[in-house]
Design a protein around this ligand. Sequence first.
Ligand code: MG
Length: 407
Amino acid sequence: MKITDVKTILTQPGGEWLVIVKIETSEPGLYGVGCATHGERPLAVRAVVDEYLKPLLVGKSVEDIEDIWQTQYVTSYFRSGVTLNNALSGVDGALWDILGKRAGMPLYKLLGGKVRAAVTLYTHASARTLPELEDQVRKYMAEGYRHVRVQLAVPGFSGYGVSNPTSDEVRRMRPEGVAPSPVFEPGPYVNNTIKMFEYLRSKLGFEVELLHDVHERIPPVQAITLAKALEPFRLFFLEDALAPEDVQWFGHIRSQCSTPLAMGELFVNRNEWLPLVANRWIDFIRCHISAIGGLSMARKVAACCELFNVRTAWHGPGNVSPVGHAVNLHLDLASYNFGIQEENHFSQTLREVFPGCPEIKGGYLYANDQPGLGIDIDEKLAAKFPYKTPGRNRGTDRLLDGTIVRP
Ligand code: MG
C-alpha cells in the first residue's frame, strides 16, 4: 500500500493555530492524520511538509514508518529544529494512524497495550487573589481532580499563566526612556509564589497534589532558592524551573532539595534532555511531542526514561491539537513510566472539528476504541476557521529596566 497524497490542514477553531497533516493511501478511503502544530510558526511547518516532504513521500509504502522518519530527518542536512520536527510529527502520526486502522486496533495496542485504565490529568487554576485561587482548586477537587497546577498573579506585575495590570507604583520604578510594556521581575514573583504555597497548604492541607510552572523566567540561582523554599509544601512537580539554555543547573537544584522537577516543553534535540535523564536530575520529562518529531521519537524518549525511572508528563495545553492530544493519550496508556498528563479543555467547536476527541471525566482522560488514533478532522468544518494571523508571537514582558524576559 502506497502513499498517494499528503496535505496540510490549517485551522483555528479556538485561539490556537493548529496544523494537521493528512496522508491518503492507494486504498480508497483509508487515510491517517497527524499533529504538526507549531502555533508560533505554523506556515513554516506547512512549507516544509508541502514543498519538501510531500514529493519524497508520495509513492512510498505506508508501512515504512521508521525508515520514512529517519530518511526525512536527514533530508535537510541540518536537523533537530522545531519546524522540521513538527513536519516529521505530522507525517509520523498519520502513518501510525493508518497502521492502526489497517490492524483494526487502537494505537495503544500497537504500543504494547494498556497498562492503566485511563490517564490521570492535571488541570490549571490561576487567579489574581489567594481566596479565588483556593476556590478554583476546591472546585476542581469537587469535580474529581487530584492534581492541580496553581499560578498566582503578582500584585502590580505581569507573569506567566496569570497577570495583574501594571500598577502605578511599578510604573514609577521604571527608568526614564523605557518603552511601555508589561513588567516582570523575578524577585517579587519568587516571593509571591512561596506565599501562594504557604497559603494553599494551610487552607487545603496535603491531600491535593499541587504543581507550578516557573516557565523558565528566573535566573538559575533564584530557581534554586525557590525550589528549596517550596520543599516543605511537597509539590507534585515544579515545572521549567530553568531555561533550556541553563539545564546544567538542574544538578545543583537536585543536590540541594527534593522538590520534584519537570522539564522539557521547549526541547527539540535529544542532547538537551538525555543528560538530565541519565544524571537523574529531573523527575518528569515534559516534551511537546510534535516538537521532538512525533510519536516515533516520543516512544523512544519514554522507553529511555523508564530505564532511569523518570516519568512522562507530555506537554498538553491548547497549542497541542486534539490529534496531538490523542497521540499523548495512546502513549500515556501504554507507557509503564507514565506520570501525569496536562489537561486541555476541548470546546464544543473543537469536538465538532475533530470527531473522536479524547473524553475527560472526573480528572481522567479516556481513549475510545476506534482503530488508529481514534480521531479525525472534519475538513469542511475546519475550513470555516481560517487563521486570523500567521501565528502567535511570544515575548512581551520586560524587566523594569526594559530587558526582554523569556516568555
Ligand atoms: Mg509549561
